[in-house]
Design a protein around this ligand. Structure first.
Ligand SMILES: NC(=O)c1ccc[n+]([C@@H]2O[C@H](COP(=O)([O-])OP(=O)(O)OC[C@H]3O[C@@H](n4cnc5c(N)ncnc54)[C@H](OP(=O)(O)O)[C@@H]3O)[C@@H](O)[C@H]2O)c1
Length: 285
């Protein structure tokens, strides 16, 4: 029997899962409009009707500054909602793939963060996501928590697309020089998840690209690729912005566990950005 995957959340990652999972997975994506993950009866009805072997929770409130100013809502969806989805996965005997974030770490460490490193979430989004992880862990579900970071892809405009649009119009773009992470193409996150589904691993797995950069370095690389005016990119420090939420300074995830489990490593962020840029904007060069 083919696996049947039910995906909650039709955002960047949810849609990428719908597109890039291997064909042998039968799939269905449930948007927020179709079912709010806080609607337990609605969740149960959808799960009972579809009878998935795998449930994916890619639904969350992901706007970090919004979470800071709407703390209760953030905890309700990102923590309690994660717990509801996990308990339903347990009740129906489905494997659960739950997505979390590198922001569970505070970014003060020199070097790479492994899955077992101590967490210290700095903002409400990160705290709500970590609480979600805990509820998933203790739900009794057959779970896998995938921590990802700095995602981009063709299913939602992210920093890359917004910046390209502005630069093409001759507008200036602010890019941060003092926050570092690994930009990751959602397509490769899905490839990693596809491979992890062939394992029966229960626990946390980091999925991110090789290498690390600042938003400024990322944009300079893109300007070079697309021959955009690099002079329009203004170097900024986080301190220059009046953001509601504080962010970790430097996070590079250790992805050895993914490699040991699957033999799969994600490419370097530059290769992924180049692949995406060529796919999305290549004809315009
Ligand atoms: N994007 C990143 O760089 C990044 C980094 C680290 C971790 N992650 C994690 O990866 C996962 C997927 O992120 P993403 O980038 O795909 O986010 P996204 O594009 O913002 O998609 C999230 C989806 O969740 C839906 N949603 C929000 N509240 C909901 C609710 N109460 N019930 C049902 N659906 C709800 C949203 O629908 P509406 O928009 O209609 O509300 C949206 O379709 C999340 O767990 C996120 O924390 C993402």
């Amino acid at each position: 029997m083919n696996d049947k995957i039910l995906i909650f959340g039709s955002g960047l990652l949810g849609k990428a899962l719908g597109s890039y999972l291997p064909q042998n997975f039968e799939r269905r994506i449930i948007s927020h409009r179709e079912c709010d993950i806080m609607n337990v009866e609605g969740l149960r009805k959808i799960v009972a009707e579809y009878s998935p072997t795998i449930i994916v929770n890619a639904a969350a409130i992901t706007d970090v500054d919004y979470c800071e100013t709407h703390q209760q809502e953030a905890f309700i969806v990102n923590a309690a909602g994660a717990g509801y989805v996990a308990s339903i996965a347990r009740d129906y005997g489905a494997r659960l793939i739950h997505f979390s974030t590198d922001y569970v770490f505070d970014g003060s460490k020199e070097g790479l963060y492994s899955e077992d490193e101590e967490v210290n979430p700095l903002n409400t989004y990160a705290k709500s996501k970590y609480e979600g992880e805990q509820l998933v862990k203790f739900s009794g579900a057959n779970y896998l928590i995938a921590r990802v970071q700095w995602l981009f892809g063709e299913f939602r405009e992210t920093f890359i697309d917004k910046s390209i649009i502005k630069l093409k119009q001759g507008e200036e773009v602010d890019a941060v020089i003092d926050q570092f992470g690994s930009p990751t193409y959602v397509k490769y996150v899905v490839y990693a998840v596809g491979r992890l589904l062939n394992t029966d691993y229960i626990g946390v797995v980091h999925i991110s690209s090789d290498g690390v950069c600042s938003r400024y370095e990322q944009l300079m690389f893109i300007c070079d690729l697309l021959k955009l005016q690099a002079g329009l990119v203004r170097k900024k420090k986080w301190g220059n912005f009046k953001c509601a939420a504080i962010r970790p300074h430097h996070i590079q995830l250790n992805t050895e566990r993914l490699y040991k489990l699957t033999g799969f490593r994600l490419p370097h962020w530059k290769d992924e950005v180049k692949e995406y840029i060529m796919y999305r904007y290549g004809r315009e060069i």
